[in-house]
Design a protein around this ligand. Sequence first.
Ligand code: NAD
Length: 497
Amino acid sequence: MNHVRHFVDNALVDGVGARQGEVFDPATGERTGVVDFATSADVDAVVASAQAAFPGWRATSLARRTEVLYRYRNALVAHRDEIAELVSSEHGKVHADAAGEVSRGIEVVEVACGIAQLVKGEYSENVSTRVDAYSVRQPLGVVAGITPFNFPAMVPLWMFPIAIAAGNAFVLKPSEKDPSASVRLAELFAESGLPPGIVNVVHGDATAVDALLGHPGIAAVSFVGSTPVARHVYESAARAGKRVQALGGAKNHMVVMPDADMDAAADAAVSAGYGSAGERCMAVSALVAVGGAGDALVEKIRARVSGLRVGPATDPDAEMGPLVTAAHRERVASYLDAGTSEGARLVVDGRHHPTSGAPGGYFLGPSLFDGVTTSMSVYRDEIFGPVLSVLRVDTLDDALELIRANPYGNGAAIFTNDGRAARTFEQEAEAGMIGINVPIPVPVAYYSFGGWNASLFGDLHVYGPDGVRFYTRTKAVTSRWTRDGPASSALAFPTSS
Ligand code: NAD
């Protein structure tokens, strides 16, 4: 039985409290481990060690920090498959998908390797006579990250490489459902030369999160998870005077215009709707067919879905794995009845899909609803499973209005061959990330990731330039190094001369 411990001061440590959570293999339903749940005393201890380590790391030269990051990047590449296997064993996603999330995480580390360029300030000489002005970016101190189950490697890697490269110390509270990958990520960073206390992992549930949110030693909090918890984190951390970015849930729309390449659109809908069993914050869950696009689209998706191989990550041909827990599987399956009773047409019922997995695994095949309307729960709720809903509208304006009326605003995509439609969509769609003939428009690591409205509380997106802004604060310096300037004891407010 695997015992997942906290990682503090570059070592695995047991929690001081007795509470633990259980970890399961979603592909078999077997309990494979236990994870220590931090108490507020555990959180105090980890924050104290991070606080002690921060001044030394902050004073470490950019050249030396960059060296550690380069080594870390190479270690992650060398251990990509091992980390992916850890992800699959606790999350359930198939190997190619897990390796893909590690790769996207590595791209953030590669951007963090350029930290020397990213934290440069500005300089203006002679802003007043013999007076110069400049700005510097300084780290915040000890910052915390709280992450969801669905990307146990990539989402932590969205946060801590940039924060640490910028000179902060980091405390990560990963999802208790699949905690092992984050510990391995931290160990590899430590082995790459990171001093003790700079990257730390504490496990747990709301107790650990709330201890971090109220802790006076934590300067900023990055959160990724569901919208209700994101709102709680945003409000609590802000009330405690912290800088906070809290990314929430999503309902992502993919609009298909009648002129689109229908085969490409169907391929994209299948990949974005059912990849990772729909457990992606950028998964497409609402397919909006414009004009006459619906019939062909539904038929092409139905044909593709019937051939999808559902099975465990140990099956090299499996394309879609199980859901993360038994309870989540039941919740997702319940929407198949709910949608039907609300009047949608269940074109494909995933409950009857064959699987190569063990009977105890939390498998649920891909499902497709047609004739969904905005009042139905299958549209309103974030199902977070392999359930795709097709809505039909007359015009692009109708599609844009539908997206605008939805409370979320993470990603939105359009499939079309009409440049004008694409441009209108890009300009007007109410979402933080737009795809044009790209179904999952997760920005590359040198841009930033973030949604709008109920998909993000806070001002700055994660990683990329916004990540650097989030984990640093600007200091503006006005400097005079001369004795022959216009000395003055006037009490009037100083102006430039
Ligand atoms: P979740 O909100 O249940 O959990 C996220 C984190 O918050 C975990 O670390 C968990 O331990 C902690 N947590 C849970 N309940 C809490 C509470 N009451 N108080 C304090 N902390 C609490 O989310 P999840 O189920 O792990 O992940 C799926 C959700 O995350 C989906 O809604 C998905 O859309 C969202 N998500 C969003 C993004 C994004 O970038 N916007 C990315 C990935 C996932």
